[in-house]
Design a protein around this ligand. Structure first.
Ligand code: MG
Length: 315
């Protein structure tokens, strides 16, 4: 090699060594049922979801994101924008957008991926279109950004969720042709088998969300999800936890481990719920924990300690 080639190659090695997940993997796309990176290699993202921004705005800051990237080794975080509750997007759109953008900007700065989550249980088509049009305009060029257009449909049929999703996907695609979009399914993102029988047409970079709470959702849901995968539906677990679906009660460690093994077996990315400080099992931070990260073990609850261990064990 010529001197200049050696220099270039050395710089490349150094860059690759210090780059974060986005530096290494770049723009994501979907191939078959898998999330793949710019080289076409399967990528598994792991991280945590922030709690509803309207209830836990104190954690929506750059220092918390930096800590989760550096110390917890999150390769993805999820910004959960509450839509309907007091202080949510409907009541306070500008404040809500600002808090979400604070997290997205911090994720970009820390070279990790970030899910912009429309954290609603109901169809709010016009508001969702306006919000995602804006997000796609600001962030569509960044490989970091993933759009989640409907957290958890509660009472809607798959036909209704599908019709909603087609409209929002069209709105995003008019601005951003390629970033990954996550689509929900009926019954809190559990009817992935039904979605697999009738998926959205015409867009390569869609994935479907599967949510589980391990003490409630067990083998039956893993079987539904395996059916969906066999039918070719790409899945991403954008919200999961080890306790009951209420977010409270004891962690079922056996079922959590079975889920982790299942996700590992299928190269499925997962995001654990949540960075919040309510007195409940799923809230990872204790009320005395700082808003700015730097959490010691005694500022985390059992679930927070568990998730951090899993993230650090297999980055
Ligand atoms: Mg794009």
């Amino acid at each position: 090699m010529k001197y200049t080639q050696v220099l270039f190659f050395s710089l490349f090695i150094v860059f690759a060594a210090i780059a974060g997940p986005v530096g290494r993997h770049g723009h994501l796309k979907v191939a078959g049922v898998h999330l793949v990176d710019r080289h076409g290699s399967p990528v598994v993202l792991k991280g945590v979801s922030f709690g509803w921004h309207n209830w836990w705005p104190r954690f929506y800051n750059a220092n918390a994101v930096e800590w989760l990237a550096a110390d917890w080794q999150c390769t993805v975080v999820r910004a959960a924008m509450g839509v309907e509750p007091a202080r949510g997007y409907i009541a306070e759109p500008e404040r809500s957008e600002k808090l979400i953008c604070d997290l997205v900007d911090a994720a970009i700065k820390n070279d990790i991926y970030v899910i912009i989550d429309w954290h609603s249980h109901n169809v709010r088509l016009d508001e969702a279109k306006a919000f995602f049009k804006k997000m796609a305009t600001v962030y569509g060029q960044y490989p970091n950004v993933i759009y989640e257009i409907f957290n958890e449909p509660e009472r809607q049929s798959w036909a209704e969720v599908k019709a909603y999703s087609e409209e929002v996907v069209k709105t995003i695609r008019a601005v951003d042709p390629d970033n990954i979009i996550l689509v929900g399914s009926s019954h809190w993102d559990q009817d992935v088998d039904i979605a697999a029988a009738s998926p959205l047409d015409g867009d390569a970079n869609l994935m479907y969300t599967l949510h589980f709470y391990a003490a409630t959702h067990r083998q039956e849901l893993r079987d539904k999800a395996s059916t969906a995968l066999k039918k070719g539906l790409p899945l991403l677990v954008s919200e999961c936890a080890g306790m009951e679906a209420s977010g409270d009660g004891p962690i079922d460690r056996d079922q959590w481990e079975l889920w982790v093994e299942w996700m590992q077996q299928h190269n499925i990315s997962w995001v654990a719920w949540s960075i919040s400080d309510k007195n409940e099992t799923c809230s990872m931070i204790r009320p005395a924990g700082s808003s700015q990260g730097q959490w010691s073990d005694d500022q985390l609850n059992e679930w927070g300690i568990t998730v951090r261990e899993y993230l650090k064990a297999k980055p």
